[in-house]
Design a protein around this ligand. Structure first.
Ligand code: PMP
Length: 357
């Protein structure tokens, strides 16, 4: 009745909670360290006269800094408001065929949401029991495109580049989007494959390894023609995606390689410390190469299942102001996804888990 039947009704993605105040926040894979001091300097140095004007719609300064950093040409780079925006534009641009697009059944839970909102048919391919990717499944299904997170989320499992390449090679008529949100913490980037394959787009973010989740900056690499297609779609939706402050902040972040290396190394050290602590408490998990660990425990109380345990611990931690991620969906409801924090935060987490278990 009324306008209701003309509404585009969707089931939206649910982002992790953003509690304020003094909490230990290990639920959205943010960086526990602040961004490079050069980022703040760039933001403080903004000229107010520039805020009066629209930002550069081509994001040239940022794109050329990214291109230089990765040894690419400026027109092989596309930037957006976090990698969510970049991925969403990629779905809209490259997944306009009739066959279903493919992605794993356990992966970033935004993929099926974008497919739904854009009316893209999709098929989820089951991961193996150990959460590894069965590439043969992506070689035999006629598809409208493929999207893979490597390392995958929420599992943290990284696939060898040879597996990713097999999939790209077997699907010359489909665009393969490799979401490398967590690649800086381990895993092998598909970047060298760009020279070899036309049907590859790599998506990155500054939210994790460059500590800029609040700025919203993401980017993609591809061949010039593919990037042109992406820009054509972007300029058909919103020309000014990145704002002036975000452009300046993101450029400063990419230019400070020393700081980037320092914080990613610290996160990797903390991750390994977290793995040791969790293992000692009886948790099991795959070999995460991301800035989080996806951990399962058999449970300890009488009759307690792994899923009961995960929920009980999630709630117990929350009462103590420690936020981790719990997913209610079957299979993954047996796991807690714990973002890697500082060494001190990891110590507090492990001590609290000891009390709760
Ligand atoms: N891809 C994956 C696999 C993610 O986990 C996330 C973080 N939620 C994103 C993309 C999006 O990150 P952002 O929009 O902050 O760049």
């Amino acid at each position: 009745m009324g306008y209701e039947d003309k509404v585009r009704k969707v089931i939206p993605y649910t982002p992790g909670e953003q509690p304020r105040g003094e909490v230990i926040k290990l639920n959205t894979n943010e960086c526990p360290y602040p961004p490079s001091p050069k980022v703040m300097a760039a933001v403080r140095g903004l000229d107010e006269r520039d805020l009066r004007k629209y930002p550069d719609p081509l994001c040239s300064g940022l794109n050329s800094a990214i291109a230089e950093y990765y040894g690419l040409e400026e027109d092989q780079v596309f930037t957006g408001v976090g990698s969510d925006d970049v991925l969403s534009m990629c779905f809209l641009t490259f997944f306009n065929g009739h066959d279903p697009i493919l992605f794993p059944d356990i992966t970033y839970s935004f993929y099926d949401v974008w497919a739904s909102v854009y009316g893209i048919p999709y098929k989820c391919i089951p991961l193996r029991e150990d959460f590894s990717l069965d590439s043969s499944e992506y070689r035999k299904v006629k598809n409208g495109g493929i999207v893979l997170a490597n390392p995958n989320a929420p599992t943290g499992i990284a696939e060898d580049l040879s597996i990713i390449e097999e999939i790209i090679e077997a699907n010359p008529d489909s665009m393969v989007i490799v979401d490398e949100a967590y690649i800086d913490f381990g895993g092998e980037t598909a970047l060298p494959l760009l020279k070899k394959y036309e049907n590859l787009i790599i998506v990155r973010t500054m939210s994790k390894s460059r500590a800029l989740a609040g700025i919203r900056a993401g980017y993609a690499f591809g061949n010039k023609k593919a990037i042109k297609y992406l820009n054509d779609v972007k300029f058909s939706v919103n020309s000014y995606t990145m704002n002036t402050a975000a452009l300046a902040a993101a450029k400063a972040a990419i230019e400070d390689d020393g700081y980037f290396r320092e914080i990613t190394e610290k996160v990797i050290r903390s991750r390994e410390q977290l793995k040791t602590g969790l293992k000692d408490l009886g948790f099991t998990f795959g070999d995460s190469k991301a800035n989080f660990v996806f951990a399962r425990h058999e449970g300890v109380l009488d009759g307690e299942t792994a899923a009961d345990f995960a929920k009980r611990i999630f709630e117990g931690l929350k009462e103590r102001n420690i936020f981790v991620r719990y997913f209610s969906r079957k299979v993954i409801n047996e796991y807690l996804r714990i973002s890697v924090g500082t060494e001190e935060e990891m110590r507090i987490l492990i001590d609290t888990l000891k009390e709760l278990i």
